[in-house]
Design a protein around this ligand. Structure first.
Ligand SMILES: *Cc1c(COP(=O)(O)O)cnc(C)c1O
Length: 405
């Protein structure tokens, strides 16, 4: 039972709340499902990169999957051991690759032949051997939203099987590359097991054929992408997920790496926003709230569904259709369209559910709106884990053009 009203009063709105106990439960479920084999859960930091969230997961034993050197540094700063950090992403700069090598992270997930060459050059300059894994694009349709599908050749991610094989041979013959892992990630918000299993089988076959070439893959990285319930989605059970992966790994002695983001944090999160007022244009009703697309962009960006609850309204109240919109000067600034809600009044509290992943991390200062505060709930306590941005925070990096200093 979360006391939304009291928390909204204490911290003001708009506000993000994250239930850390829920994150613990999700982490343990996944870890438990895979316990028959060696596994490491590397939390996908981009889902929710608040330092406290990372610290909480690190305490549970998690590593991190990072997609920029900024995220690598966040993970290190939060206390994640370097040997539990993976650096993924389709476009890494030389200086990012170099820094990752200097910090001696577990491995760099390489996504193209050109990138492998850059990694080799950086490693040679540092006189190091770069531990790498190669992201294979198994050309499997993950049956998810096209914006979050990544496992088809038409997506920019990874390399095809033949290219991957060539790259492994190249890496094996290089003094500066150590091919220790293999990686695939076919998309996000996956609710079908079959495509994951197919992808895993394809990648496991590649591992077997590499073994014949004396290339020994130790880390089998199955990516992230496990779907969660926003609405009424059928979900993949962690146990079935693990069994499906295990079934493809016969005869292989590998550590299974996972990169879940959304699965761990999405449903831990709530976005609290208050009603400013209502208005009617013609016969269209709008509920205007104090949070906007700059705070939580998923509905605008992906037409994503987030359940919206009004606090303190009974089940029996009369409802009518409305759009729930923010104050940002864009027609795309909405949290929901054509949903049935009771009449609201100034200061009524709305809770937007499933707001723990890809929400705060995608927020911006658009319209010079400060990023909102974030609060962690856990063990019966609430703790501020990011204070609300002030006007001074927002202009801190800018210069006064008229002042000559
Ligand atoms: C985004 C991403 C993830 C996490 O995806 P979720 O859907 O949040 O689990 C994992 N691995 C890679 C390479 C990613 O790009």
């Amino acid at each position: 039972m979360i006391h939304f009203q009291a928390l909204a009063e204490k911290y003001d709105t708009p506000l993000y709340l994250y239930d850390f106990d829920y994150i613990t439960t999700q982490y343990n479920r996944l870890k438990e499902a895979f316990k028959a084999k060696k596994s490491l859960i590397c939390y996908a930091v981009k889902a929710n990169s608040n330092l406290s969230v990372i610290q909480h997961l690190a305490q549970l034993g998690a590593g991190c999957d990072c997609v920029s050197i900024g995220e690598v540094n966040r993970a290190l700063y939060a206390g994640v051991e370097n040997y539990k950090i993976i650096f993924s992403g389709v476009g890494k700069r030389d200086d990012e690759i170099r820094e990752a090598l200097e910090k001696d992270i577990l491995m760099i997930n390489v996504e193209s032949e050109a990138e492998l060459n850059r990694v080799e050059i950086q490693a040679a300059e540092l006189g190091k051997q770069a531990r790498i894994s190669i992201r294979v694009n198994p050309n499997i349709d993950p049956q998810t939203h096209p914006y979050i599908s990544t496992g088809l050749h038409e997506n920019k991610f990874g390399v095809d099987i033949d290219t991957a094989k060539r790259m492994y041979i190249f890496a094996k013959n290089s003094d500066f590359l150590d091919p220790v892992g293999i990686h695939f990630h076919i998309g996000s918000q996956l609710t079908q097991l079959e495509p994951i299993k197919e992808a895993s089988a394809i990648v496991a076959d590649l591992v077997r054929s590499l073994k014949v070439l004396d290339i020994d893959i130790r880390f089998f990285d199955i990516g992230g992408g496990l779907g969660i319930r926003y609405e009424d989605e059928e979900l993949i059970e962690p146990y079935d997920y693990a069994q499906a992966i295990f079934s493809t790994l016969t005869g292989l002695d590998v550590t299974i790496m996972m990169e879940p983001g959304r699965y761990l944090s999405a449903n831990s999160g709530y976005f609290l926003t208050r009603v400013l007022y209502e208005k009617v244009n013609g016969d269209k009703r709008f509920v205007i709230v104090d949070g906007g697309m700059n705070d939580l962009i998923r509905p605008s960006l992906y037409n994503a569904h987030h359940h919206i609850e009004i606090i303190g309204k009974g089940e029996d109240e009369e409802v009518s259709e409305c759009d729930v919109v923010g104050p940002v000067c864009e027609s795309g600034d909405f949290f929901a369209k054509n949903i049935a809600l009771p009449m609201t009044r100034h200061n009524d509290l709305l809770v937007i559910h499933s707001a723990g992943a890809y929400c705060a991390t995608m927020s911006s200062n658009y319209n010079t709106r400060g990023r909102v505060a974030e609060v962690a709930l856990g063990g019966g306590e609430d703790r501020l884990i990011r204070r609300r941005e002030t006007f001074e925070d927002m202009i801190a990096l800018e210069k006064d053009y008229l002042k000559k200093d």
